[in-house]
Each structure stands twice: as structure tokens, then as C-alpha cells.
Ligand binder design. Structure first.
Ligand code: AMP
Ligand code: GLY
Length: 422
């Protein structure tokens, strides 16, 4: 069978790489893909704009695509799943309505409240003056969030009132996040350790994937601006058996049941970003997709077929699906372009002297293949991912792989996995 993956990041390279491993998969197309998916065996890129739903539909029909997996949030929030499913094309990803869990922070916070899902206290505002007034009534630090999609950059941690005022000015007055900032959520600052809990969900059935932990801040020791994620590892020891069960009972099941009650049951990867402290969990956010870079270290550990898993979910047979993992630890280190998450250069030629073996994989993200060369095209450029018998070994191998890659202005965090090792 042939498969189509939508997206162009490291997550999509990992999804395509994994799908291509199944002997029953003939070919994997990636729209639009990157240099990594272009160079992968049994995988090729398709140049269609991901906003052009009709052309994607036509491509699926022409190529007799048996499964579409949508990677990023934007096409999900805009309803690509609904469009393709209405044409009878098997698509793995939530509907436009269910994707509101990520598409609007006000929607998700109101949903948490309605269904008693633990989260930070919050208030939502549609105008500058009432948001500003609210700043007199709260404690600091506080967190100001643009309501809509902002590529992981719409969250501003404010240590004092002045910072929060600046955040409101940048969102409401300077339009820093465009229409994503037409509403703002101001919420309680939570302390603790973060973890990512990602599962495959189909209505009331769930298959949790291996646990993981991302590193959101740009700098070592979690300092500096928030990014889409600078590296991740799996499993995350903070999610012990007791916490795992609590997450299912207090977060995942109530969310799945709530969505069914609202009339839009979930299908797809469901990602809860959690803050954990003293065995208490609170939801920071939901994502309606697989995490990036969590996908890379999680999929390198997945023994089972991802294609069968997604098809079981679509066909409502998830309860009979059992999933196997490679009993090792994994670590993925993002190599980024100087300046990221703010402005950065592109079009830098990449040199790779690769010694990949079964335990190592260099996933591409912001890369393009141009004139037989790999050049940079994004802020996060690669995710060097490795398996090891313990996290320390996985970390060491991932950093050795990082050393095999060079381009002008590259940088990476030196401490990916430090909390897991500690
Ligand atoms: P979000 O997109 O809502 O997950 O926020 C991105 C990142 O901002 C999270 O991964 C946390 O590191 C941080 N963050 C978001 N909300 C809070 C909060 N209420 N308290 C502390 N940190 C937060
Ligand atoms: N790594 C965080 C995210 O995918 O949103």
C-alpha cells in the first residue's frame, strides 16, 4: 500500500521513516517533506501546498493512497482530516472541532474546567483594557498566552507585572501573533517538572505511547526563550507507574469522554503537556498531534508497525492492538540555526559524515535538497537520535551523531536528558 504523510519537519521524517519499514508498505509520499525524506528509501516528496486540500485529495485518489497521517497542527485545525475523510480517504488525525483542543487555549481551558481536568487557574480576555486590569489582581510570576496557534512561541512567562504589561502590549497592540493573539489567556504559573504524554486515541479507546520529556527552552539548564523543543528523550522516569495511571484517569479518559459528549470524538495522536509536582499533575496544554521532537526518540523505540496502529485506530479496532517497544532508552538532540527561535539564516550548506547504524538516526527537519546538496531551510534543522542501554549511553551516542553534522551557525543544547540522568 501507499501512504501519504503531511508536513515537513523532523516529526514527519520520523513518521515516514517508520512507515517505510513495513514490508507491506510499497511507498511513502511526504507533502512537502524535507531533504531527509527525499533521501530515504521507499520515500519521496510531493510538492503540494498543505493548504490546498483539493490538490491533496486529487493526489490521494490518483495514487490510491490507503492512509494519510497529518503531522502538524495547522492543517488539522483547518480541517484537512474532515475534508479527506468526507471523500472516503482514510486519514489519521482529529477533526477540525476536536483539534480546537490545541487551536484555541480558551477552548481547551474551558473544556478542562467543564470536565474537571486539573490545570492552572486562568482567565481569558478579548481586549487589552480588561486584561491589563486583571494584572492588578494576580500574583507573580504569571503566564500570558496568545489564544491561537503560535508555533510554540505564544507563551510568555512574566516574572513581574511590568513583564505582563509588555506581553499584553506585544500581543494586543503590536499584533506579535496576528489573529492568534485576538484573545489572551492569563494563567497561574505552575512549578514542577514537565513531561509529554502522547497516545493514539480512537473515540473511547487509547493506546499510550512511550513517555518522553522535551526541552522547551533554547538554552542549557532550561534558560532563555521558549522554542518548539530543543531535544527529547524516552522514557521519562518522572512518569512512574502511579503517575502514568493518574494521567490516564485524571486527564486522558475525561478528555476522551468529554469530547464524545461534546459530539466530536477524537481520532489521532493526542498529546498532553503536563506539569508534575509531588505526584500531582496539571495539564499545561493539549496538542492535537505527535510532538516534535518527541516523535523522533519515541519512534526509534517502537517495534510495532505504526501503519497498523493508525489503521486500527481509524477502523475502531484499537482495543485489540498491542504495542511492542524496544527495551532501550533513546535521546534526540536538535541541531538548530543560529538565532532560532528568533530570526535565523537559511540556505547554509550542510556537511554530514554519517556513521548511522541501527541504533542511530539523523532525522532532518528544516532542510532542503538543492543541486544535489543539503541546505538549511528552517530554525530546527536536524534531530540526532540514538538508542542506548540506558539514557546516559543514548545521550552519548546522540551527541556523537551531532558531531557528524556541520553547517555555518549551527548550535544545540549540551544537556538534553539531564533531568532523566539526575
Ligand atoms: P504551552 O504551549 O501552553 O505548553 O506552553 C509552552 C511552555 O510554556 C510549556 O511547555 C511550559 O514550559 C511553559 N508554560 C506554559 N504554561 C505554563 C504555566 N502555567 N506555568 C509554568 N510554565 C508554563
Ligand atoms: N515538543 C513540543 C511540541 O511538539 O509542541
Amino acid at each position: 500500500m501507499d501512504i501519504l504523510i503531511i508536513g515537513s519537519g523532523g516529526r514527519e521524517h520520523a513518521l515516514a521513516w517508520k512507515c517505510a519499514q513495513d514490508h507491506f508498505v510499497n511507498h511513502v509520499f511526504v507533502c512537502p517533506g524535507n531533504a531527509g525524506t527525499h533521501l530515504e528509501d521507499k520515500v519521496s516528496n510531493v510538492e503540494i501546498d498543505t493548504n490546498d486540500f483539493k490538490s491533496i485529495e486529487n493526489f490521494c485518489i490518483k495514487e490510491d493512497i490507503k492512509l494519510v497521517i497529518i503531522g502538524p497542527e495547522q492543517p488539522l485545525v483547518e480541517g484537512l482530516t474532515d475534508h479527506l475523510q468526507s471523500k472516503g480517504i482514510k486519514t489519521f488525525g482529529p477533526s477540525k472541532k476536536a483539534a480546537q483542543l490545541e487551536g484555541s487555549k480558551t477552548f481547551s481551558k474551558d473544556f478542562f474546567k467543564k470536565y474537571n481536568i486539573p490545570t492552572a487557574e486562568y482567565k481569558s480576555f478579548e481586549d487589552y483594557d480588561s486584561a491589563l486590569n486583571h494584572l492588578n489582581q494576580i500574583e507573580y510570576p504569571t503566564v500570558v498566552k496568545a489564544d491561537g496557534l503560535a508555533a510554540g512561541k505564544g507563551v510568555i512567562i512574566c516574572s513581574c507585572k511590568k513583564d505582563a504589561e509588555d506581553a499584553l502590549i506585544s500581543i494586543f497592540k503590536d499584533n506579535a501573533f496576528g489573529s492568534a493573539g485576538s484573545r489572551v489567556v492569563i494563567e497561574e504559573f505552575l512549578e514542577g517538572e514537565e513531561a509529554s504524554f502522547i497516545a493514539v486515541v480512537s473515540k473511547d479507546k487509547i493506546v499510550p505511547l512511550a513517555t518522553s520529556q522535551d526541552h522547551k527552552a533554547v538554552g542549557d539548564g532550561d534558560v532563555g526563550l521558549n522554542t518548539g523543543g530543543m531535544g527529547a528523550y524516552s522514557p521519562a522516569p518522572i512518569v512512574n507507574a502511579e503517575i502514568h495511571q493518574k494521567i490516564l484517569n485524571e486527564v486522558m479518559f475525561p478528555t476522551m469522554e468529554g469530547l464524545i459528549r461534546e459530539g466530536y470524538p477524537y481520532l489521532g495522536f493526542l498529546y498532553a503537556g503536563l506539569m508534575i509536582k509531588n505526584n500531582n499533575i496539571k495539564v499545561l496544554e493539549f496538542n492535537c498531534r505527535f510532538g516534535d521532537p518527541e516523535t523522533q526518540p519515541i519512534l526509534i523505540r517502537l517495534k510495532s508497525s505504526l501503519v497498523e496502529l493508525c489503521l486500527s485506530a481509524i477502523n475502531e479496532k484499537l482495543d485489540s492492538y498491542s504495542i511492542d517497544w524496544i527495551d532501550k532508552h533513546s535521546c534526540g538532540v536538535v541541531i538548530a540555526s543560529n538565532g532560532y527561535p528568533e530570526s535565523y539564516d537559511t540556505n547554509k550548506e550542510v556537511k554530514i559524515k554519517l556513521n548511522e547504524d541501527g541504533d542511530l538516526k539523523l532525522f532532518h527537519a528544516g532542510t532542503k535538497y538543492k543541486n544535489n546538496k543539503i541546505v538549511t531551510s528552517g530554525g530546527r534543522v536536524f534531530c540526532a537520535t540514538a538508542l542506548g542501554n540506558d539514557l546516559k549511553e543514548a545521550q552519548k551516542k546522540a551527541y556523537n551523531l551531532v558531531d557528524d553534522v556541520s553547517f555555518e551557525g549551527s548550535f544545540f543544547r549540551k544537556d538534553i536528558g539531564f533531568k532523566g540522568i539526575k
